[in-house]
Write a protein that binds this ligand. Sequence first.
Ligand code: GCU
Length: 353
Amino acid sequence: MKKKWIGICLAAAGCMVLLTACRDDAGRGPKDSGEVKTVSWNTPMEKDGRILLRLANNQKPDHPASEACDYFAQLVRERTDNRIQIQVYHSSVLGNEAETVKEVEYGSIDMARVSIALLTSYNQELLALQMPYLYKDEAHMWRVLNSGLGDKYLESMEEKGIEGLCWYGAGARNFYTSSREIRSPADLKDMRIRVQESSFMMDVIGTMGAIPVDMPYEDVREALKNGGIDGAENNFPSYASAGHYHEAPYMIMDEHVRIPEMVIMNRHVLEQLSQKDQDTIRQAAYESSLRQRELWTEYEREQWKVLEKAGVRILYPEDKTGFREMVRPVYDMYGQPYEDILSEIRQMGGPGA
Ligand code: GCU
């Protein structure tokens, strides 16, 4: 068995010295061996002729993104006769989203399913896909992601050692609050709203009049509960799956932004597999992305009933013009370098996009 060494630390002379923590045989997280070894990094872990890859995901197992990751792992296992096994770790077991992105870059985790809000330090241009009120609807966003432009972005972090294997959708993000309802854009004023750890998202929410508070996803429910924040913003499945609705029962479907997600993989690990295995992984990831869209719709339908029963109040603004107007400065701040891309994206929305 080749051991996979977990930990990150650069030694002098360009060697990689890793504080080792080898996994136990059941693959259940690190078991600190206390040794310090020099190893070539980014080696896929092999055990008894099998290749074991780890995929980190911060959603709970019932979330559609998690089920899609499971499906991806299942396809790869079936198509390689159990030779390549992707172990999927849900519920942030391997760290919060920002941490897992870094770990994929370093190769201490092989793959992760993440929001692209956390990937802009690898390619700033990914901001163009996250601009507020950019897409007409979900179908428009998928047209973009499935186009040559989408493919280009999947490949765009390769120099930094990361490959985007496929896209997952993440619906639209909406505000939800614990005590004071948001009925119009003016109601956002001075509300402490949690945002992802992204300076761009801080600017979007700040521009809308709220006070942005960035924190990892796992901490949001507790912060809503103890009053550290007045509300948050996320898509409907995450609001449901993370249980945020228990603490923040007022939601307004303003759909201010759509932030797609990727399954990313450490490129060096990927490249050490045979071409056939690489193709199997890429194809399975793509098929899981198709499945993720179906799972998303099914989950929204199911959770709708659950939340209705729980007494959640969901407001649909008749007119989103006020919200749209508020985010204009975001285009002045961020849009200019991406004008061509933004216009290409708009064209994919069809007439009036
Ligand atoms: C979405 C997304 C997560 C992300 C979360 C967040 O739910 O699926 O990957 O971490 O938003 O708001 O942080």
